[in-house]
Design a protein around this ligand. Structure first.
Ligand SMILES: [Zn+2]
Length: 156
């Protein structure tokens, strides 16, 4: 359960044990910062500075004053995503996928521009590409994308 009331869908901050969840939430469109280091003070400092809700598996951290935090109980990714959707709400609208690596909102990449940047097989078989303006990673509608849509729709 969330330890405080929230309005709308806030930006999130995930701590060390939730890196995989952070990547999925970004691709789903959540603003999900991630701190791979376990120093609680740094997590709390960044959450306060950027008004982020902390997602953590650390019960002690959830009890800290002056922060809003959600304790993630499950070990399974699918269940963790459901916990986020149930307690935080859907991704902010309009839903814009974010880079799984650096959390930057993705931008459409014209198909012609993608040709030199993805494997030939991918370019021949996919028609929609997006690019991360932050780290220049190119994404395309692939199996991982279907999996994300399935998770969003509650399919298994
Ligand atoms: Zn990126």
């Amino acid at each position: 359960m969330l330890n405080d009331e929230i309005q709308g869908t806030p930006p999130l901050l995930l701590d060390a044990m939730l890196g995989r969840l952070a990547r999925w939430l970004r691709l789903m469109g959540y603003d999900a910062a991630y701190i791979p280091d376990t120093d609680d003070r740094e997590v709390v400092r960044q959450a306060r500075a950027e008004s982020r809700v902390i997602l953590t598996r650390d019960r002690g951290l959830v009890r800290r004053r002056g922060i809003t935090a959600l304790l993630i109980d499950s070990q399974r990714l699918d269940d963790q995503i459901k916990e986020v959707q149930a307690n935080i709400g859907p991704p902010p609208k309009p839903v814009t996928a974010r880079c799984g690596v650096c959390n930057t909102p993705l931008k459409t990449l014209p198909r012609n521009s993608a040709q030199s940047r993805v494997p030939p097989y991918i370019w021949r078989t996919k028609d929609a590409f997006t690019e991360c303006p932050g780290c220049r990673r190119v994404y395309w509608n692939g199996t991982h994308w279907s999996a994300i849509q399935g998770r969003l729709n509650g399919d298994e």
